[in-house]
Design a protein around this ligand. Sequence first.
Ligand code: GAL
Length: 467
Amino acid sequence: MRIKNKYRKPTTFHCNAGGRCSTSAVVWSLVGCLVMLHLYSLARQKDGVRGELQLGMSHHPQFRELEAVEEENIQMPPPRKRSPRAAKRKPKRPTTIIDEFLDENSQLRNMFFPDHKTAIDPMKDAGNDSSYYHPGRIWLDTDGNPIQAHGGGILFDQKSKTYYWYGEYKDGPTYHAHKKGAARVDIIGVGCYSSKDLWTWKNEGIVLAAEETKETHDLYKSNVLERPKVIYNDKTGKFVMWMHIDDSNYTKASVGVAVSDYPTGPFDYLYSKRPHDFESRDMTIFKDDDGVAYLIYSSDDNSELHVGPLTADYLDVSNVMRRILVGQHREAPALFKHQGTYYMITSGCTGWAPNEALAHAADSIMGPWETMGNPCVGGNKMFRLTTFFAQSTFVVPVPGFPGSYIFMADRWNPADLRDSRYVWLPLIVGGPADQPLDYNFGFPLWSRVSIYWHRKWKLPQGWSGLK
Ligand code: GAL
């Protein structure tokens, strides 16, 4: 017979609901807690490394300057008078700041597109003004002409210790090829500029030129050549350019490939294709630390992105491809890597009109990719909701300052595309991401990506410049 010890505590607990929880339930809850704690500590560890780095950087006075929040105040102009007849025909909806941005006659025009008087001229802006970026202002090359490298990207050439900036050379008239089509400039070619300091740029000329006469050629002037990017292949010793190739209706939706022995070209145009047999519109390429390069492109009516490795010579895609950010309708991808994690900034799909940027992160470039939210900080709400009235194109690491980058974006001017401006701003990786994430039980495995608005800023002194 078992005698009950009245002082002995029962081995079951009474639950609030009046039910009884078994020992095994308690054990399982404990195991669950331990697993969660373990995952959390892993997340903290990963973040800790980044946190320390971030701490180190943000204690640096120059970094505090870059992270300082700069506010902007935009006064919307009073609504324009309309004739009573016009008002009757179509009741007016309130004018938005985007309408003002897109309106050539807006009173705010000079705020978005400051005139030539305020141009940055690295040949003259010496002394106190030296090295300052002024996002949105006209930026002159060493010959005193506005830089023409839109939708561009930067290559650092180890041999010559020189930066090369490639982009769309759009110095021609803007027109509409079709009544409802987007504003366009005929293809002129890919512009190339060289620099030692990322601020003073020398025009190296058009390194891949439009085709003037042969109408069936991909580069025939009435087609589309956008977002050219160049990487160097260490094995073949060639500079390889990838770009978006299209017809004027954007129905060809292909990528083009060109190659050169020199960063300054001339590049030989090889061919265009639909990668993996899919549409490809906005795109970029990314060369990883192990030398494997990837093509990332908007596909399936821009509803998703695709990512896949290039062949070893970088002249084609391999047959491996993953769909990422499916159903998110993102374009203008700009990719970078920080401490083993891949990050990407993308835009929404609204043509030349600005929209909200999003930051994404992944442990493997092939995905899965997670969306972390809007990386823009400062300005004001409208600045943040429009990526400072610009669209991502590339992210350049600042050598010597791990975790710090330059975010390169285009402030498109659809009324006069050649007068589109560059918005370069500091991008810093650090601190916990601020959106709930789908994976890892909601624990933030990624660091926050922040792009700070500045009317005027410069790279931290002592950045190693030439790696
Ligand atoms: C944007 C795209 C640009 C250009 C433009 C044409 O969505 O990012 O590169 O294609 O549309 O309207």
